[in-house]
Every structure is written in structure tokens, then in C-alpha cells.
Write a protein of this length. Sequence first.
Length: 396
Amino acid sequence: MLSVNEMTAVSELFLFALQVNITVIDVNDNSPEFLSSKVTTSISEATTSMVTIYSAHASDRDSNENGEVRYSLGGSNYLFEIDAISGDIHLAAGAKLDYETVRQHNVTIIASDQGQNVRRTSSMLLVVNVQDANDNTPEFQRSHFVFYVPENEIVNKKVYRINATDKDSGENGRISFSLTDSDGLDKFGIFPSDGYMYLKQEVDRETRSEYTFTVLARDHGQPSRSATAQVTVYINDYNDNVPEFTQSEYRFYIEENLPSGQQVGVVDATDADSLQNAQLQYDFTVPQNDFQISSLGAISTTRRLDRENTDSYNLEVVVRDSGTPVRSAKVKVYISVTDVNDNNPEITNSPLRATIDENQPKGKRVVKIVAEDRDAGNNGSVTFSLAAIDNGTLKK
């Protein structure tokens, strides 16, 4: 029978003989794991393919091929590429982002292990927000703006808006306006924020009827972009001028006895306004029986004139424009009727009878013959002569 010590020694020897090394062979029972199922990042639309947008990372608890992770992108993605080993994502060669077209892209990143029999995958969503870059220049609605301003327009009133847009956003798309290249900047201005042009001072069409400007639209990006357009402003006439006669008064002469319709003379006026405001109409301030006046200011007779009845006329002509309100002016017209020798002398105290005492000296007044001629000047100057009468017949 063995002692206790002997039995212990035999037991230890037995146990040493039963120690075994066991190697556990990996089975691909784990999928790659991302730190997050969704990540959001932002990049400028000006980003190039040389810039890493995001670096994906997934881990796999398996070993060897079963834990070796490779990366790819899901879907029909043509804008982005991923490095299969590093997980770095960048723009594909030749691809460009456009904030004005698409402002957000959803990219599916797939992580796959390299198991031989069973390959396990997982995915995450990368949300790429595109940030605006100042890649657009302001655009005017048209290259040449034309508008009209009445010459009586109120100072500081907005008169016309210059329209321009910028496809960018934020400061990149905020536009300021200014006027350049014009000698009319003392008359017109433009509000920088909204492009409204306004009147800085009163304008006078009769002094200047047209203004030309270059308008500049500049965004607030860094660096800023700008564009220009042409602006033409025409000043519309307001009836602010009174017609003016070319003479302070008119004097005309016409022979008597001429047929009706003879032109006596023409009065002429001008108006500094334009179009309808400058269309003039002439008339007498008091209706006349012997004269008429045309729309062009021509004065003519309406019947034969008789100097012996009326040798002069004092008329007044008014000229009116066709504007609103109507403006007018007046002028004096003096017409003198010249004489024609159309009257015979008349002895006003005929018949005459006279007696004289005999033996009177030569040159003694026997009788005074009184005669007159209604004509004027030489035509009305009377001379006397004696002629003998034989049997009642005047001898020549």
C-alpha cells in the first residue's frame, strides 16, 4: 500500500502527461463596423479632386482575411471616388460640384472583409453638403436699359430699377450697384442695394434731353465679381415754356383796293418745348372783319380795303401751344393801308357865281374855288387851271 507522499507524486506525474495545446481557428462571423452609421460633412463647390473629403474607417474583429477591410462606394456614383485601402474619399477626376445645381449629395460607403468562404459587409451614409463658392458673375437682365423721365419729375424719387442677379448665395450672391463713366452723375444716382435709379436734381429737357450711364453690378464674394450694362435716360418734355414771338411788335403795309385774300404779313413764334407742347396755333384776341390769320401765323385780307375809310388797324395776335396746361403769348400788329389814286378831286363849293366891279386892278380876287381829293400824298394834292368854254363845251 502506497503512502500518502507516494500517491501525491504519482498524481502530479499523471497530470503533467495530460496538458494539451489547442489552437482556435477563426470563422468569419463578424462584419466590419463603422464608428457611426451616418456622417455629415461640408465642402466648397470649388473643391478639387486633390482634396480628401472624408476618410472612412471600419474595423473587423475577425482576423486575417476575415478581418481585412476594403472600401467601395455604393450606387451609380460618378462624382466621388474612394481609396479601397485607406478609405479616403475625393472627387472623381474631371468631376465638379455645383452649389447652384445640387446642394447635397448622399454617398453610401461600403466596408467589406476579405473572407474566402463568406464575405461580410456593412455600410454607412456620408452626407456631403456643398458650400457656395463665388464662381458666378452677376448677370444683368439686359445689356442696355432705356427709360424715360419727365422733366418735372420729383427730386429723390425712384424712377427706374436696374435688374441684375447672381446665382451664388450669401455674400457671394449679394449685389451692389454703382454708376460710372458719365457726366450726368450730378443729376442721377442709383441705390446700391436694390438698383433703383433716382433723380438727384431737377432736369430740363430744353438744356439736355439725353443721359448715358454705365452701371456696375459687383457681388460681395472674395474675390468679388462684377459686370456692367449701359443705361440711356431720355427726358420727356413738360410744357414749361411759353411761346415767344420773334419780334416785340409787327408792322405791315398793304395797298388798298387789292382783291380779298391778299397776304399782309406773317407773325412768327417759337416754343422751346417739343412735340405737342411746341405745336402753335395763332388767333386774334378780338374777332376781325377785315382780316384772318392762319395756323402758321399768316395774316390776309377778307375783303378789299379802302384807305379812305380806314387807313390803319391796330390788332393783337395771341399764340397758344398745344400742351397741358396751355401756355400763350400776345403781340401787337399794326397794319397801314397805303393809298392808291382812286379818287377824283371834287370842287366843294360848285357851282360858283361871282361879280366884280369894273376897273379893278390885275390880281384882284374874284372868287375862291375850294376843291379836295380824298387820296393821300401826291394823289390827293390838287392844282387848279382855267379853261375856256365855247358854247358850253370845255376847250382844251
